[in-house]
Design a protein around this ligand. Structure first.
Ligand SMILES: Nc1nc2c(ncn2[C@@H]2O[C@H](COP(=O)(O)OP(=O)(O)O)[C@@H](O)[C@H]2O)c(=O)[nH]1
Ligand SMILES: [Mg+2]
Length: 221
């Protein structure tokens, strides 16, 4: 008998992801999955966009990491409810972990939930969490070949935040080449150039997320 474990795992994840999505729809919570390499700037980007979002919306964050609660502490310092999930060595969050994570959040009183995935350009791409939107944070210090090397991550994203633009003149990174590659893999993907430490460019990303939230409320997607 042939057992295809990988496929079974993904199918089981899909079932839980659908039930997560149903819970998000029921509570009216818009959910964004933030992905990217370790150190690409996922937490810094959240720190840049959360304060403005918080002025009109109730926001929460689920943080995924192999170990430590450092990122959740950074988010809580902003006054945002957060839950840290430690995967204990696992290279990605799966839908079951997220379901356990949002149990300790008050979803009914959460308008926008961010999930910061484990830093990794490979494994998280295959695991839906029930999110409405996927944002890949790619920093210019990682090299412009990362799109070619890790296509599924970019093919399955809704947006890319090209981060650390303040360092562009110091590194070899061809923005046009990377952008062309991303758009070839995924027509219609949104590209944002940002500097998470100064917040430059993040207003456009924030507006896109808010538009996404509005369209999900109207069309339940
Ligand atoms: N120069 C610069 N550094 C950044 C930027 N965004 C993040 N960093 C730095 O990159 C490092 C990793 O950031 P972090 O948000 O922890 O990355 P994460 O692992 O993806 O969550 C930290 O030292 C940040 O200060 C940026 O836009 N410009
Ligand atoms: Mg982080």
């Amino acid at each position: 008998m042939k057992i295809v474990l990988g496929q079974d795992l993904l199918k089981a994840n899909e079932v839980i992801a659908r039930s997560n999505r149903a819970a998000f729809e029921a509570s009216g919570t818009f959910v964004a999955n933030m992905l990217g390499s370790p150190g690409s700037g996922k937490t810094t980007l959240l720190e840049a966009i959360l304060p403005d979002l918080m002025s009109g919306l109730r926001v929460a964050v689920i943080e995924g990491d192999l170990a430590t609660s450092r990122d959740a502490e950074r988010i809580e310092a902003l006054g945002v409810a957060s839950v840290q999930i430690n995967t204990g060595g696992g290279c990605h969050l799966d839908a079951g972990m997220v379901a356990a994570g949002f149990e300790s959040l008050d979803l009914d009183n959460t308008d926008v939930l961010f999930i910061e995935n484990v830093g990794n350009l490979i494994c998280p791409a295959g695991f839906s969490l029930g999110e409405h939107r996927r944002v890949v944070v790619l920093s210019v210090t990682e090299g412009d070949d990362k799109v070619e090397k890790y296509p599924p991550m970019f093919a399955r994203a809704d947006a890319v935040a090209l981060n650390k633009m303040d360092l562009l003149s110091h590194v070899k990174f061809d923005v046009k080449k990377a952008t062309d590659h991303i758009e070839r893999l995924n027509t219609g993907i949104r590209m944002f150039s940002v500097c998470a430490v100064t917040g430059e460019g993040t207003a456009d990303l924030r507006r896109w997320l808010l538009d996404g939230r509005r369209s999900c409320q109207e069309h339940k997607t």
